[in-house]
Design a protein around this ligand. Structure first.
Ligand code: ATP
Length: 489
């Protein structure tokens, strides 16, 4: 027991890192922690606490601030009517009586804990903390059981440690250091390996020998890959300049859920942007995938949307989960899930991310048999484009001039979607890359800063930097009145 890393050591590191202004100092503190204080056996236990949002070994806690506040109040044995309890529940609210910590849940909780917990650490190890956090996340546990785990944690920690535990539960440590830096200080190959596996435990275990370089690993079917991302551009001219001299495809930016479909014979996964698997899509989609993807193993990149069969077009964003549930329950509906594949990353036994987008489009056409309103492909010379009714604008096209981009952008936002994506047809697909091989353009990027004629009718308190301030406004638009009258709504 005695040679296990203590959580108090990690807390000191957090406090140092948070206080240090320079990135170099934060880096060196973290390196020292790894070199001196953290046993190699504890690398995963420690790093999952530092990067909690990347940890997929533990389920979700089901504890957002408001539920966490009630559980903590009960765990501390406080009256829910007490002034402290109300402050915690209303941690966002500004006003005369609020202190400097308003808007920061962890700090408001720490004030409360300081008045109720001792200064001495109970000697909790990071292994014990992880076991308790596993119990807290266990889906079988009711709110009463979660409260009892919190009460155990409170008994084994001091106020400072408990504050950090709360921030770990909320997955936001505010250390002012990027995951890139954490990965890099741990091992020069850690970020690359994480990008192609999305598996923090595997990264910490495989790279335990921090002096030994690891051969670059390619993507695998069944392991989520961090998605290629799009860089924001302010207008068509900026986009065109950025892609100067390249072969460019412009595509409609669909408004759904970014999903990677991994097919390994009968085993199918639906990984979201934050690499969670979504088996709920399986009921509606698995058979379609099995029958219409013409190879045994494959990874598709695309957007999960809803198709409205009565209107014969895509439905607005927001109903994916509801439609997936209806399919599971066998309910009849005019709406169904429809996956639009815009890229392909793996075919048969080979990763194809190193091939050009143009070649990947060809593979998409060969590997996927489209099924109207259920499984579509987005390629400039076929798929959705080939099947559209005459007179309807296209879903993607090869752009030869900036005017082509302007025209496509205008048509797209007038007719259906939230914006466009421009892609370099010669580029390979790179996990987690946002360097500009894909660009995104939306109307709000262009109009940002212009005036709006609206009436403010409400507001919401912010958090963090905007704690205690009204940070978001609810605004109303007047309905156009008949001539010579005032608006009534
Ligand atoms: P946003 O909130 O603007 O969607 P994001 O941070 O989720 O941004 P970005 O990579 O910045 O992701 O923007 C591209 C996103 O647009 C993708 O993640 C994907 O979900 C969505 N998308 C829709 N249509 C396409 C398309 N044709 N090609 C690539 N991405 C597309």
């Amino acid at each position: 027991m005695s040679d296990e890393t203590k959580f108090s050591v990690l807390c000191s590191l957090f406090t140092w890192m948070q206080r240090s202004k320079s990135s170099a100092k934060k880096r060196s503190k973290f390196r020292k922690f790894l070199d001196t204080f953290c046993k190699p056996n504890d690398y995963f236990s420690a790093i999952r606490l530092i990067l909690p949002s990347l940890d997929r070994e533990r389920g979700t806690y089901g504890l957002k601030e408001s539920v966490l506040a009630t559980c903590l109040i009960d765990a501390l044995g406080m009256s829910r009517e007490s002034e402290d309890a109300r402050r915690l529940v209303n941690w966002r609210k500004g006003g005369a009586k609020t202190g400097a910590n308003v808007g920061n849940f962890g700090l408001v909780a720490a004030e409360l804990l300081q008045r109720r917990q001792g200064m001495t650490s109970g000697g909790l190890t990071i292994k014990e903390l992880n076991d308790l956090l596993d119990r807290l996340a266990s889906s079988e546990n009711s709110r009463v059981e979660k409260t009892s785990v919190l009460s155990t944690l409170i008994n084994k920690t001091n106020a400072q440690e408990m504050k950090w535990i709360i921030m770990i539960i909320l997955k936001d440590l505010k250390l002012g250091v990027s995951e890139k830096i954490i990965f890099h200080e741990f091992h020069p190959d850690a970020e690359d390996l994480f990008n192609v596996t999305c598996d923090l435990k595997l990264v910490c275990d495989k790279l335990r020998d921090r002096g030994q370089r690891h051969k670059r690993q390619d993507i695998e079917v069944g392991k989520a890959v961090r998605p290629q991302l799009a860089m924001r551009v302010s207008d068509a001219a900026a986009a065109w300049k950025k892609l100067h001299g390249k072969d460019v495809v412009v595509e409609c930016k669909f408004d759904g859920d970014r999903i990677q479909i991994h097919k390994n014979e009968a085993e199918i996964h639906f990984f979201s942007r934050n690499f969670l698997d979504h088996p709920e899509y399986g009921h509606a989609m698995s058979n379609i995938i099995t029958q219409n993807i013409l190879v045994d193993r494959c990874i598709l990149d695309g957007e999960m949307l809803v198709w409205d069969t009565s209107l014969d077009h895509f439905a607005e964003f927001g109903s994916n989960q509801e439609i997936a549930k209806a399919a599971k329950e066998g309910l009849d509906s005019d709406r169904q899930l429809c996956y639009v594949a815009f890229d392909i990353l793996y075919v048969g036994d080979t990763s194809v991310i190193h091939q050009s987008l143009k070649e990947r489009h060809e593979l998409l056409r060969k590997v996927v048999k489209p099924l109207k309103g259920r499984l579509e492909i987005l390629v400039p010379n076929g798929g959705l484009n080939a099947l559209r009714p005459s007179g309807e604008p296209c879903w993607s096209l090869i752009a030869y001039t900036m005017d082509d981009v302007e025209r496509f952008f205008k048509e797209t936002i007038e007719n259906r979607d939230e914006g466009i994506v421009l892609k370099d047809l010669g580029s390979k697909w790179e996990p987690s890359d946002r360097s500009g091989k894909w660009l995104k353009l939306k109307p709000e990027y262009i109009r940002a800063g212009s005036d709006l004629d609206v009436l403010i009718i409400g507001g919401y308190y912010g958090s963090g930097r905007h704690g205690g301030e009204v940070a978001q406004f609810l605004v109303g638009l007047a309905e156009r009145p008949a001539s010579n009258t005032y608006p009534t709504q």
